[in-house]
Write a protein that binds this ligand. Structure first.
Ligand code: FES
Length: 178
């Protein structure tokens, strides 16, 4: 019955039900004729060209990175050997005037130097002859003076090491390694 109370006319033909395997075609009709077919060969070409382009870009970026690598730092006089008493520290600036560094005259006579910038949140690290450690007061980070390794507290890695060269009685900083 319709809203007006009239009976709907019965269709003469019975409604055709899709077969079980064909039901999705009826629910999701897809017009194959309107599709642009992409052959496997074209898809392969696209993949090869795209990979080649990505490889070329990566190589180019790597070469640019090599070309822009900073020039090795110049040797810079740090101190005379007799200025730093054994077991004591000498603070200096390296490689730039804003970069603080510390030279240690370790017990036994060896000289080592590190950046003073803590590897946690960049506070300044200081040498404490007793108990013989590099200490960061911000969060109580501790570094081993012999190696610069982080040994306690939150610092995640060692202090950057300043490379030293001794010429007679003079000590020069000649580079820095992370
Ligand atoms: S900044 Fe040095 S321990 Fe946090």
């Amino acid at each position: 019955m319709t809203e007006r109370g009239q009976a709907r006319p019965q269709s003469a033909e019975p409604r055709s039900e899709p077969r079980p395997g064909e039901r999705w075609r009826a629910e999701f009709p897809y017009h194959w004729d309107g599709d642009d077919l992409v052959s496997r060969r074209e898809l392969l070409h696209f993949a090869v060209y795209t990979s080649g382009a990505l490889f070329s870009c990566t190589t180019l970026l790597a070469l640019l990175g090599l070309l822009q690598r900073p020039a090795p730092a110049e040797a810079k006089l740090v101190a005379r050997v007799d200025e730093v008493v054994e077991g004591q520290a000498f603070y200096f600036r390296y490689p730039d005037p804003d970069d603080q560094a510390v030279l240690l005259h370790l017990p036994g006579g060896r000289f080592v130097a590190y950046s003073q910038k803590c590897t946690h949140l960049s506070c300044s690290v200081y040498y404490q002859p007793e108990p013989g450690r590099l200490f960061c007061p911000c969060h109580e980070g501790v570094f081993d003076p012999e190696s610069g390794n982080a040994v306690a507290g939150p610092p995640p890695r060692r202090l950057p090491r300043v490379l030293l060269r001794r010429e007679g009685e003079l000590l020069y900083a000649v580079g820095q390694v992370p």
